[in-house]
Design a protein around this ligand. Structure first.
Ligand SMILES: *Cc1c(COP(=O)(O)O)cnc(C)c1O
Length: 385
């Protein structure tokens, strides 16, 4: 059951990697905390497990589940999204190589490449990935080893044509990486559109309850997988057993949660569009969004993130600080609604760079609460501006 991709998404989310415990019949497999494994004679491993950094059954179960959800041959689970990104980039790049990065990717991704890997000879260039002509021009100017895109992007919800980008990237000999954190595999499966690697911060929708930090890679290429797996083992940023188990538990309800996140976000986006204090709403579910039709083809729902531009930065700050149900906090993708002021919170690390977020923009992570309550909260906060 663990690897069958012919079953429906929801079935895979509940069952992949989750066979009952053969020793006891426990329907929920136990969490394995042991750091080491008894050997039947030297080198006689019972389940292939030897030591907790190289492998752990609870982590392996999560990896099976993640691979099944993204339709990939291999998955690796890490201590954080950035740990996953670091392992992938070091597996794929050599000193002197360049990454072509989307111009509104997660700020920490830019920081990792520019300020950590940069010291080891890795270059970075930034381009609007949703503009394929701009990507083509950038690749003609100079080759890139990796194309890195987020779609929908954070926090401006730009939509990139993954199949188009993959074709361009492969023609230029580049590895095409999609950070699928915002959509989650319930709404978008980039490998099926031609991407080479999917990256996740499982801290967000996959975990789904704002109680566990984690990251993952899903890919088909055997050699790149072995290299990233070696780095995971040799460097050691693995997910702990309880973290892996919490993520597995979250994933079982992913499809249901994403459906509700999307429904609530659509209603909120429509409410905000009609509000006089709001200058602009960024949500791919709105027919006026420039990526709406592409998103409708590429995704099976528009997701739970809505960004909004107010009149100016002070209005945006006041709005961000005035809601009561929407809590002012970093991160996204949990069942509870969160409010974020990117310029000084999630995107403070890219202030003053090409990735800077306009100071009048506020980002909402719409939770699964009662939509009317969320709208009333936003309405009250907007009235107080
Ligand atoms: C949060 C996030 C990351 C980083 O993941 P961590 O788990 O915080 O290390 C990467 N990409 C996106 C899109 C994110 O939202």
């Amino acid at each position: 059951m663990s690897s069958s991709t012919d079953r429906g998404f929801e079935t895979r989310a509940v069952h992949a990697g989750q066979a009952f415990d053969p020793a006891t019949g426990a329907v929920i497999p136990p969490v394995h905390f042991s750091t080491t494994y008894a050997q039947d004679g030297i080198g006689g491993l019972r389940g292939g497990f030897e030591y907790g950094r190289s492998g752990n059954p609870t982590r392996a179960a999560l990896e099976t589940q993640l691979a099944a959800l993204e339709g990939g041959a291999h998955a690796l689970s890490f201590a954080s999204g950035l740990a996953a990104e670091d392992a992938l980039l070091r597996a794929a790049l050599s000193p002197g190589d360049e990454v072509l990065l989307g111009n509104d990717v997660y700020g920490g991704t830019y920081r990792l490449i520019a300020r950590v890997l940069g010291d080891w000879g890795v270059g970075v260039r930034v381009v609007d990935m949703s503009d394929l002509a701009a990507v083509r021009a950038a690749l003609e100017e100079r080759p890139a080893r990796v194309l890195w895109v987020e779609t929908p992007s954070n926090p401006l919800l730009r939509i990139t044509d993954i199949a188009g980008l993959a074709a361009l990237g492969h023609d230029a000999g580049a590895l095409v990486v999609v950070d699928n954190t915002f959509a989650s595999p319930a709404l978008q499966q980039p490998l099926a559109h031609g991407a080479d690697v999917v990256v996740h911060s499982t801290t967000k929708y996959l975990g789904g309850h704002s109680d566990v930090v984690g990251g993952a890679l899903v890919l088909n290429d055997d050699a790149l997988y072995e290299k990233a797996k070696f780095l995971q083992f040799a460097v050691g940023a693995v997910s702990g057993p309880l973290d892996a188990w919490l993520t597995t538990r979250g994933i079982k309800t992913l499809a249901l949660r994403m459906q509700r996140h999307s429904e609530n976000a659509q209603r909120i986006a429509q409410f905000l569009v009609a509000h006089p204090a709001v200058q602009r709403v960024y949500y791919p579910g709105l027919p006026t969004h420039p990526g709406h039709e592409l998103a409708a083809r590429q995704m099976s729902g528009f997701g739970g993130i809505v960004s909004v531009a107010l009149a100016d930065a002070p209005a945006a700050r006041r709005f961000a600080e005035s809601t009561r149900l929407f809590q002012l906090a970093e991160s996204l993708g949990g069942v509870e609604s969160l409010m974020n002021y990117p310029d000084e919170m999630t995107h403070a690390s890219v202030r003053g760079t090409e990735l800077a977020v306009p100071a009048e923009v506020v980002r909402l992570s719409v939770g699964i609460e009662t939509a009317d309550d969320l709208i009333a909260d936003l309405d009250e906060a907007l009235a107080s501006l």
